[in-house]
Design a protein around this ligand. Structure first.
Ligand code: APR
Ligand code: PHB
Length: 390
């Protein structure tokens, strides 16, 4: 089989890339290890930056998002029983869109199939070859039969645990990472959200986040040990802990049946460069951010925007400037999102290693945000999203 761009991974990065390439007349084939049902049912993040909402709308895949998504004009930071609202609209003129990632994946898969796109689910043994030549290819097995996809470009969109990053020799890449001393215990619950906007709570017992998926489904998280044993957390214990961490006069947490629970460890990670010959890494294959800043999906969309612009120029005119600068262009934005995500995480979580001095400085940092329009504006600008291509 032959195509112009071989894409590994049918997550947000791979699907959005295939969609945008198609709109620019560029063919691609996606090789995905898991089944369609698995990919479409994977519950992940839920906040779209303003530029990403616009991108989905402008490229014709935003209909359900506009019908079912929840535009949010601010978020609430809560500490010591006090709320401080970050007013995105007043500070930036923008909003974010709360819309589940798995629905974006469903919408993109539907759009690709409707346009005749090729997504090969349950591809096994995917392997990348000859990326330092002008004839790279991807080998894989489908229904037990070994085959290959010849292409001009390989896009590694296979996430943090994929194989693409390792296709860059260790001697040619450098990783930057930080493991956090905590994780998030996350739940989905059939309970109407207890706040119209997201609540980021910084409590002495630890961080908690109130988010949502719809007017009847809540998404909540609480800071826990990175290796927390989820079997030790009954539904009652989870609700009691969340209620404590969201404590504020006049506030009560609506409970309901918990339909999903899990523990996610937290890390910051970046690999440089994000390209090697005809191989380009996008999304979680190249970088991971702690979820506190809601940046993961949005960073993947930014990488896709950069590579789509570069490949369109290259396939149409042979211009290589965009491809040559792909990594540098993406990393300019990646590191700004890493800084913001690290900062939000450091601001709101409890660190057992903190000295009393460090705890006071952390409180003062939060007070500085509460008391300064300038500081609140910097938070708002980063939360609603920097331009996709800086
Ligand atoms: N071969 C084929 N497909 C693979 C392989 C492989 N060897 N390894 C992984 N994959 C697939 C996974 O099954 C998954 O569907 O690649 C896809 C990667 O998708 P994501 O992990 O969602 O990564 P990305 O598309 O970059 O999106 C980043 O999704 O995971 C969240 O928090 C993350 O919000 C962020 C966003
Ligand atoms: C979510 O809804 O899953 C979510 C929202 C905001 C975050 C992280 C996760 O910062």
């Amino acid at each position: 089989m032959r195509t112009q761009v071989g894409i590994i991974g049918a997550g947000p990065a791979g699907l959005l890339l295939s969609h945008l390439l198609h709109l620019n007349g560029i063919e691609s084939v996606i090789l995905e290890a898991r089944s369609r049902a698995y990919v479409e049912g994977r519950i992940r993040a839920g906040v779209l930056e303003h530029p990403v909402e616009q991108l989905l709308t402008e490229t014709g895949v935003g209909m359900r998002m506009r019908a079912e998504g929840l535009p949010h004009e601010g978020v609430i930071l809560r500490t010591e029983g006090r709320d401080h609202r970050i007013d995105f609209k007043a500070l930036t003129g923008k909003h974010v869109m709360v819309y589940p990632q798995h629905k974006i994946v469903q919408d993109l898969i539907a759009a690709r199939i409707a346009a005749g796109g090729q997504i090969l689910f349950e591809a096994e043994g995917v392997s990348i070859h000859d990326v330092r030549t002008d004839a790279p290819y991807i080998s894989y097995e489908m229904d037990g039969r070994a085959t290959r996809l010849d292409c001009a470009i390989v896009a590694g969109c296979d996430g943090f645990h994929g194989i693409s990053r390792e296709a860059i020799p260790a001697s040619a890449r450098q990783s930057f990472e930080r493991e956090y001393p905590f994780g998030w215990l996350g739940i989905l619950a059939d309970a109407a959200p207890s706040s119209e906007e997201l609540v980021y709570a910084s409590h002495d017992r630890g961080f908690a986040l109130l988010s949502m998926r719809s007017p009847t489904v809540s998404r909540l998280y609480l800071q826990c040990a990175p290796d927390e044993d989820i079997s030790q957390w009954s539904d009652d214990r989870i609700w009691a802990e969340l209620s404590t961490r969201f404590t504020r006069d006049g506030f009560s947490l609506r409970e309901g049946p918990i339909t999903q629970k899990g523990v996610t460890p937290m890390r910051s990670f970046v690999v440089e460069p994000m390209q090697y010959g005809r191989l380009f890494l996008l999304g979680d294959a190249a970088h991971i951010v702690p979820p506190t800043g809601a940046k993961g999906l949005n960073l993947a969309a930014a990488d896709v925007s950069v590579l789509t612009r570069a490949l369109t120029a290259w396939f149409r005119s042979g211009a290589t400037a965009g491809l040559d600068s792909y990594s540098e262009t993406c990393l300019r934005r990646v590191w700004k999102a890493q800084r913001f995500s690290w900062w939000m995480t450091s601001l709101l979580h409890r660190f057992s290693s903190h000295t009393p001095f460090e705890r006071r400085v952390q409180q003062a940092e939060l007070d500085a945000v509460f008391g300064s329009v300038a500081a609140s504006t910097v938070l708002a600008e980063n939360y609603v999203g920097l331009p996709l291509i800086l």
